[in-house]
Design a binder for this molecule. Structure first.
Ligand SMILES: [Zn+2]
Length: 63
């Protein structure tokens, strides 16, 4: 399973391949926290850094 952050500024939302969607957040960091909580609760990701897929975030920031 992979958790990623999506959405425009102020509407960052965490999503997961399992179909879970987080609450839209004003701050990307808040969405990342949502993703981390989801990953921890479901056991999808066990790495210390919950969000492994930083690429979409980087693309959004560069755009
Ligand atoms: Zn999930």
């Amino acid at each position: 399973m992979q958790v990623y952050i999506e959405g425009k500024a102020f509407r960052r939302t965490a999503h997961c391949e399992c179909g879970w969607n987080g609450t839209p957040r004003r701050l990307r960091s808040a969405a990342i926290v949502d993703a981390g909580i989801h990953a921890a609760q479901t056991g999808h990701i066990q790495a210390p850094a919950p969000v492994q897929s930083a690429e979409p975030v980087i693309v959004l920031r560069a755009a």
